[in-house]
Design a protein around this ligand. Structure first.
Ligand SMILES: Nc1nc2c(ncn2[C@@H]2O[C@H](COP(=O)(O)OP(=O)(O)OP(=O)(O)O)[C@@H](O)[C@H]2O)c(=O)[nH]1
Length: 203
């Protein structure tokens, strides 16, 4: 991979119960489509999209994990190197919301402690079937120091915003991290490519 390909490289991992729409969110963002009859993810899927933010190229590696319990031991191994986690639930499915504390325990146990986590309530196009009030989810996210966003992969609501906001936040943190660790900053001429994770794990 050439150093000139991008200014930043971030790894984003989607987690959450089976059927909440993780794969559809990734497909919508990376391919601009809502796949009909999306089957359950087996293990882990991987996609890449490069976006430009304020003139800087940001390469996003997006890992879509299977929500089904039987894949948990495979998916756990992807948490460690994630820069960001998208913890997804389905606003029409109370159960998927009730499982969030369980997912937070997984994050606590397996993710890097600098990971940025965003809580996403998906399927807002199904407003009439809503089971989880927005305020309740917002309060939960705030109590856990998570960002919160509601999306519809189907209608393409907030999907772009989700990934771009996350990328902005990761850039902000990477820059802060560089400022805080002057001695690990790249030498002039080394370019400004930052593998955020390797920055963190050196500290
Ligand atoms: N109405 C509506 N349906 C959605 C939306 N996103 C996903 N779905 C549907 O929800 C079902 C599950 O979507 P997936 O993307 O496969 O869910 P997943 O979280 O990846 O599931 P696993 O791979 O089993 O973990 C599919 O039937 C989708 O068509 C949405 O925004 N609105």
């Amino acid at each position: 991979m050439s150093m000139e390909d991008y200014d930043y490289l971030f790894k984003i991992v989607l987690i959450g119960n089976a059927g909440v729409g993780k794969t559809c969110l990734v497909r919508r963002f990376t391919q601009g489509l809502f796949p009909p009859g999306q089957g359950a993810t087996i293990g882990v899927d991987f996609m890449i999209k490069t976006v430009e933010i304020k003139g800087e190229k940001v390469k996003l590696q997006i890992w879509d994990t299977a929500g089904q319990e039987r894949f948990r031991s495979i998916t756990q191994s992807y948490y460690r190197s994630a820069n960001a986690l998208i913890l997804t639930y389905d606003i029409t499915c109370e159960d998927s919301f009730r499982c969030l504390p369980e997912w937070l325990r997984e994050i606590e146990q397996y993710a890097n402690n600098q990971v940025v986590t965003i809580l996403v309530g998906n399927k807002i196009d199904l407003a009439e079937k809503r089971e989880v009030l927005r305020q309740r989810a917002e309060d939960f996210a705030e109590a856990q120091s998570m960002l919160y966003l509601e999306t519809s992969a189907k209608e393409s609501d907030n999907v772009e915003k989700l990934f771009l906001d996350l990328a902005c936040e990761l850039i902000r943190e990477a820059k802060q991290n560089k400022l805080d660790n002057n001695d690990t900053a790249p030498m002039p001429g080394e370019g400004k490519t930052i593998n955020y994770l390797s920055c963190c794990s050196l500290n």
